[in-house]
Design a protein around this ligand. Sequence first.
Ligand SMILES: *Cc1c(COP(=O)(O)O)cnc(C)c1O
Length: 338
Amino acid sequence: MDTPDPNVPPSPVTIADVQAAAIGLQGIANRPPVMTSRTLDATTDAAVFCKCENFQRAGAFKFRGAYNAISQLTDAHRERGVLAYSSGNHAQAVALAGRLLGVSTTTIMPSDAPRMKLKATRNYLGPSSEVIVYERDEQTREALGAQIAQERSLTIIPPYDHPHVIAGQGTTALELFEEVGELDALFVCVGGGGLLSGCAIAARGVCPACRVIGVEPANADDAARSFHAKTLHTVHNPDTIADGARTPSLGRWTFPLVLANVDDIITVSETEIVLALKFVWERMRLVIEPTGVLALAGLLQIAQSTPSMVAGKRIGVIFSGGNADIQMVAKLIAKAGA
Ligand SMILES: *Cc1c(COP(=O)(O)O)cnc(C)c1O
């Protein structure tokens, strides 16, 4: 290695951080299987390896980042407890990670969060932990979260914009490379960019030739626009079935990491998301939530528009989570037709 350039600040998250997070998660996080499908390989003319984070604890990769972040707090911070605001998978992940680490958690969820997610979060709660439900119209969760965190001296665990969260999410791709070896390309969904930046850092570290491609709903294309313009773009309350990608923008930490480590960000239509959803439920028989199939929708789009980019290649796809509302999925698939 050359000596580091003093004008380039060191990356706030390195492959060593991802590897350290992987060691911390050993025996605690699940190591979800990598699934393949002959139909998928035939459709794309590629060898496709799908990392199934729907089988992760609490049903999504979010457990990795939440556990890694809470486990690195000082004893004093652990004793006071942590706070998270989320309508979805991050809430469950923090509640479970807090319980496992003996840290009390306060989770702020909107009253209109899916009942299943409210119930699951309450189920994971450890002693002296609670879920606070708020009315979405009356308060912004950031303001409410900041106020409660300050009053009770709690440490906020953000869903994506934190170096320890990003390093934890990166262990998803690290495991995929450990399991299947080199890949030519890796497709990853994008919300706030925690999973994408972490996985891109892992790829750069262990398989530098692998192209890393983020996939976002076209209706929530803030990350794609930010990536191509190199300035931060925001989309508020986007209308997409991929609820995990409704975040308004990339973050202070994730945006520069995405710019530095990701090769491209592409967008998929709501129809493409539903077709990918239908494929994984019907053909692969996997319970994946709509946000969880974004990466596959991106691969299927490229396989159709630019087959030479994937033909004969080894491709990784991350299925990010499986906390699906089954009735909603059934309706979407029925509407998509046969
Ligand atoms: C949170 C989440 C995402 C988005 O992850 P970011 O790190 O915010 O980009 C995607 N899929 C699922 C299932 C999630 O829970």
